[in-house]
Design a protein around this ligand. Structure first.
Ligand code: ZN
Length: 213
């Protein structure tokens, strides 16, 4: 389901409980940027949403994957021939480069800190815990936090998968909570919108889940 979240910001929200796929996000601009394209065999829902916005797959300039799980990165090469694919340098080095998960070799690797893609600027935060070195992206203009599988509406990412680490996940979530995001855009579940709602969600997560980490 395609939703408009804010000006130039869209979500392709995945809510088919029979299949595991992630939410995909689109920032329109120069370039158009997709975050977490999802599974390859399910990418048609993204293409349909793009078509309704009159955006062709070739018009996507950059695809970013938050981490090396197939339900996030697999469709990275399902856009244009010139679409660039980027992911966290550390995550790719630790997981992707092994070849075990068939991660497409990225065109560029992302370091923690500032990432400038044309007219869009992100702060990249390394957030280990769900995966060894997943990244979250914060866009300060909209105060939009692309959180991957680190934190959700009323939930946290699994830390029992290979390379997961509960203590690291807790620290990562605490770092994200300090960003004062206005949009929490997670890899699964519902978008949380509004400063107060996002802050309240971090409080609920801390109270409900941190004792298990
Ligand atoms: Zn994941």
């Amino acid at each position: 389901m395609l939703i408009k979240i804010a000006e130039n910001l869209y979500g392709f929200i995945w809510n088919d409980t029979r299949q595991n796929n992630c939410n995909t996000y689109l920032i329109t601009g120069r370039p158009n940027i997709i975050i977490d394209p999802g599974h390859r065999h399910l990418v048609q829902h993204v293409h349909r949403g793009l078509a309704s916005l009159r955006i062709a797959p070739e018009d996507i300039g950059v695809v970013i994957a938050t981490h090396c799980h197939p339900d996030h990165f697999e469709a990275a090469r399902s856009f244009g021939r010139t679409t660039l694919f980027g992911m966290g340098a550390k995550e790719y080095g630790l997981v992707g480069a092994s070849g075990y998960l068939s991660v497409p070799p990225p065109d560029f690797l992302i370091q923690e800190g500032e990432l400038v893609l044309g007219e869009t600027r992100f702060t990249v935060i390394e957030t280990p815990g769900h995966s060894p070195a997943s990244i979250c992206l914060f866009e300060p203009g909209m105060r939009a936090l692309f959180a991957g599988d680190v934190v959700f509406e009323n939930g946290i990412g699994r830390s029992d998968l290979p390379g997961g680490d509960g203590a690291a996940l807790k620290k990562s979530i605490q770092a994200l909570s300090r960003l004062n995001a206005a949009y929490l855009l997670s890899g699964h579940g519902t978008v949380v919108a509004g400063n107060d709602a996002v802050a309240a969600n971090f409080r609920v997560v801390e109270e409900s889940w941190f004792r298990y980490l």
